[in-house]
Design a protein around this ligand. Structure first.
Ligand code: SF4
Length: 313
């Protein structure tokens, strides 16, 4: 079965060239054809000799993915389904247009094993990690591929639980031989997977978003089982070791659940927890999911919470 070139980093492409008896510099040409000229087949790589193309084609394909379904909402948001991980398994990619940007919300896993009680993906269980190719193809195989300005790793899955492949994808996106994007265009959202968070913070300059949702250990445990393994206090201690006062941003996501995490007590504790840290807090309205007792709060409640947070010293 053919392997895919898409999703390979420059170092991996060098390995391919060396193994196929080609010069190492051909890897740079390959990266150029894959990520800049965005060809669909090895045949189109016309500055490679016929012999080299034949050697490559004997083992590899480029590896683009056609979306299985596309749905456009009234606000212009476009949802794509891609078959990934195995036949019959689908993941979602969402393109969100705004006046001056087009943001791609990317999936990193099919399903998720983290089991957050408020999340539909969590309910589906875990079906596998996306390969770097399946992550990069989301950027290249949506209709808006040429217009994308930003990306958020906030789709299906916990990106830090598939860190090797997400890291390769980020390397491709941010390298001069790849997409050449500034890391400022990318945000990775995590529930706080400490096993790989440090490497993310050390090896990239991308923005970080942390799903916080409750400032109290015992209460957060009930919403997010990850709290048992990696308490928020440890996640925050790590984050505080990094500089978020310049170009790099850290945002805390806080979904508002009526009667669960929306009191003054919660607002005050959240303010205390984040005090002295240069960050943003994103209060998010909850969209109810079937079979869950969690309910969404009113706009007034969210505004009152926001006001309390802003007033905190
Ligand atoms: S980590 Fe993210 S995708 Fe996984 S269950 Fe929690 S909220 Fe859902």
């Amino acid at each position: 079965m053919a392997q895919f070139l898409l999703g390979m980093t420059l170092a991996q492409l060098e390995g391919v060239c060396t193994a196929a008896g080609m010069k190492r510099f051909v890897a740079k040409q390959l990266a150029d054809w894959l990520y800049k000229k965005r060809v669909a087949s090895i045949d189109q790589m016309t500055n490679l000799s016929k012999e080299n193309r034949a050697r490559l084609a004997a083992e590899y394909e480029v590896g683009h993915m056609a979306p299985a379904e596309v749905m456009t909402s009234r606000d212009g948001t476009r949802k794509y389904a891609f078959e990934a991980v195995r036949p019959g398994q689908y993941i979602e990619t969402v393109m969100i247009p705004e006046s001056d940007r087009a943001t791609l919300c990317v999936s990193s896993q099919a399903g998720c094993k983290m089991g957050c009680t408020f999340c539909m993906t969590g309910r589906q269980g875990f079906h596998g990690n996306l390969s770097a190719r399946e992550i990069i193809a989301q950027f290249m195989d949506v209709d808006e591929a040429e217009e994308l300005t930003n990306a958020v790793f906030m789709g299906m899955g916990e990106p830090l639980d598939n860190w090797d492949n997400v890291k390769s994808a980020i390397e491709i996106l941010t390298s001069e031989w790849g997409f050449g994007w500034s890391p400022k265009r990318i945000t990775l959202s995590t529930i706080g997977d400490m096993a790989t968070l440090k490497d993310f913070l050390d090896s990239t300059r991308c923005h970080l978003a942390v799903s916080l949702h409750n400032p109290f250990h015992e209460e957060r445990q009930k919403l997010m089982p990850v709290e048992n393994r990696y308490p928020l206090s440890e996640v925050l201690s790590l984050i505080r070791q990094y500089d978020f006062t310049g170009q790099r941003r850290v945002t805390f996501e806080y979904i508002m659940f009526a009667g669960v995490n929306d009191t003054k007590r919660h607002a005050d504790a959240l303010a205390r927890l984040l005090s002295g840290l240069e960050c943003r807090v994103n209060l998010i309205r909850f969209h109810k999911i079937p079979g869950s007792p969690l309910a969404s709060g009113s706009e007034q409640m969210i505004e009152a919470f926001r006001a309390r947070l802003s007033a905190a010293p």
